[in-house]
Write a protein that binds this ligand. Structure first.
Ligand code: PAF
Length: 287
């Protein structure tokens, strides 16, 4: 596996690469969720590039940029074992040699759900993702469904800016207790972890309700809130049934809906999203 650190190096590698290229954008601290995206990338392309960059412009001033977990040696070993071809690990100075004035953002879709409490988050994500796309010219890019709003915004960006890139929304990988894999899970104490699992409890209860035929969003939201309310350490920020097109709450569930939750446990903010799929007569909820 090549480890490349500069834009010049990655561009030179890309112009020499033939065949299909997959990019897996990450902020490192790899867990099974990242590894499953890398496996998907491996299956879909001839070359796999993984970018590892803790992107400062997607963190708010009071957020966890400085304590965000970093473990390059561990990440290098995992990526190399998985058959990744290139690990792109630029510095902040390499990615942002001058204060950024140009951004990609979504004025309305980026200001709902997570955008309500993280106002500049998605413009930071959109901007770095466009830069990574331009540096690596990928054919295909997998993202996790757990970060539902992120992947939907990027699908929209690709469509509306005419980028010839396939975005693949991949299933969430969960730990044995059901908690969606996230680099931020490492912040949780054992006691926090017990509370965090309340998110999964809420979503699982909603899934059962839906699979038993419930379609009214109010009833589904109620069930999620009731379950999560049993976990006193869980500070729910939002818990909603939204459309994957408008990201707005819907009255009744359909095959384009998403159950969206963000909650805090102590100082750790966690999100989880379940996608409703299938056909009108046979709706399923992906855990
Ligand atoms: O999902 C992430 O890890 C980040 O938001 C991403 C897409 C790598 C952009 O920094």
């Amino acid at each position: 596996m090549d480890i490349l650190r500069t834009k010049k190096e990655i561009r030179a590698w890309r112009s020499a690469a033939t065949g299909r290229v997959a990019l897996v954008p990450t902020m490192g601290s790899f867990h099974e969720g990242h590894l499953s995206l890398m496996r998907t990338a491996r299956a879909l392309a001839d070359h796999v590039v993984v970018s590892l960059f803790v992107n400062p412009i997607q963190f708010g001033p009071t957020e966890d940029l400085s304590r965000y977990p970093r473990d390059l040696e561990h990440d290098e070993a995992l990526a190399s074992d998985l058959g990744v071809d290139v690990l792109f690990v630029p510095t902040v100075e390499e990615m942002y040699p001058q204060p950024q004035e140009t951004y990609a953002y979504w004025p309305s879709l980026g200001s709902v759900l997570c955008g309500r409490t993280r106002p500049d988050h998605f413009r930071g994500v959109g901007t770095v993702v466009i830069k990574l796309f331009n540096l690596t010219s990928p054919h295909v890019v997998p993202f996790g469904r757990k970060d539902g709003q992120q992947v939907l915004l990027i699908e929209r960006l690709v469509r509306e800016l005419d980028l010839d890139i396939e975005i693949v929304a991949c299933p969430t990988v969960r730990d044995v207790d059901g908690l969606a894999m996230s680099s931020r899970n490492g912040y949780l104490s054992p006691a926090d972890r017990v509370q965090a699992v309340g998110i999964y409890a809420g979503l699982s209860a909603a899934k059962v309700l839906i699979e038993n035929g419930e379609r009214r969003s109010a009833a589904i939201r109620n069930e999620m809130s009731t379950l999560m309310g049993k976990y006193p350490g869980l500070g729910v920020e939002y818990c909603d049934v939204v459309s994957r097109d408008s990201l707005k709450p819907v009255d009744a569930l359909d095959h384009r809906s998403m159950l969206a939750v963000a909650a805090r446990v102590g100082t750790t903010r966690l999100i989880d999203n379940l996608w409703v799929v299938g056909t009108e007569g046979d709706l399923r909820v992906e855990l």
